[in-house]
Design a protein around this ligand. Sequence first.
Ligand code: CU
Length: 495
Amino acid sequence: MFKFKTKVLVTVISAALAMVSCAQVAEKSASNGEKKDASLVNGLPVIQGVLTQAPNVPPPITRSYAAKVVINMETQEKVMRMADGVDYMFWTFGGQVPGQFMRVREGDEIEFNLSNSPDSKMPHNIDLHAVTGPGGGAASSFTAPGHTSKFSFKALNPGLYVYHCATAPVGMHIGNGMYGLILVEPKAGLPKVDREYYVMQGDFYTKGKYGEAGLQPFDMEKAIKEQPDYVVFNGSVGALNGDKAITAKVGETLRLFVGNGGPNMVSSFHVIGEIFDKVYVEGGKLENNHVQTTLVPAGGSAITEFKVDVPGTFIIVDHSIFRAFNKGALGMLKVTGPEDKVIYSGKQADTVYLPEGSATQSIANPAAAAAKTLTKDEQIAQGKNGYESNCLACHQANGEGIPHAFPPLAKSDFLNADHNRAIGILLHGRSGPITVNGETYDSVMPAIALNNEQIANVLTYVLNSFGNNGGQVTGAQVEKQRKVAPSAEKSDVHG
Ligand code: CU
């Protein structure tokens, strides 16, 4: 993302260079977008800090000297989407959750101006973990609505630091979304990568349970008991899904600046189908390699780096996995480019497995011979078990799916319109966009390893549940579809 902006900026600067002298241009801007004014403070040049909203990150710092960096940030209280049909009064740094990303250099002196919107009902402040000093700036930045507080600090330690509001009740201010990240780049800079992104987890506590529609108030009791209804990346369910997924091309290197605002949960941060080549543990200097899942403490961070080798949709989760599939902690990284069948083949074969020996190996489908014909009611009963062990995690107990991630099976126009197409999807899996009940979904459904009768039973159960139109699918019908080529590309997803 910033790659593109940098390119534009470089072009603009090149054009400017053609018209005015180099010295004048250097006074005004660096190639990474930092704006420098002519004055000096404490002998340091004054620079306007670049702030970005997640998942974007300000460009790497290109200067080789310390500066006085001026940061202006506004706290705002505003109603925004938590999930489809669910709104929440978020308290924010800069109007979004997480708060704006700041990027400074080790040794910089930061002048921090915290304004609290005149529309706010509450006072707010900021505690930056990058600050060395009492409260991390909290007392100095305590700001009533319609006021601005100013304080300064020196970025002594490089690292990736959380900042958050620390106004009482602190848990409530953090629980309403008041956190973000500040990166203090080491003097020598970070190694060059192709793309950088900002992902921050948080847990939310609402009066209604997960998905309950309407404007949901904060629930202090659940927060104290540490029982979140929502655990999300970047402030809402689906903030990194579908067309909001982060992206990369095969062969590129990525750096994820990962934060966890809490207030309560620690994160087992994992990207399904990727291995972190490098993790800066807890956002510090310690480097670990070949990491599958990295722990991100509440009020802490991690920097993960990896190269993407194959295309596909890679699911970003908190591997405390019920949070991913039932509370919203699920994002997407979409990688485009050529396949590498050596690194990952996709499914190469599906053959009969007969541990009993070879006597019956000529039977094409293991269940076909043994299957007795069930009544429709028996099919529905057996299908319910199959649904619960294979489908429920994504499509949910009530068949309503997960907004922006997994389409609903309840009252599904897509499902009811074509039973054979549904059979094909269970047999072969499916990826790519589909429209269900007017909503577009772009996720990955793996092929389900069930035999003809089991698939028939699950589908018969679904067709006769969740407000669907009824109907019956038979094993013979599934067998027929087995021989039909899949209509869309196949895809796998593994945990
Ligand atoms: Cu606050």
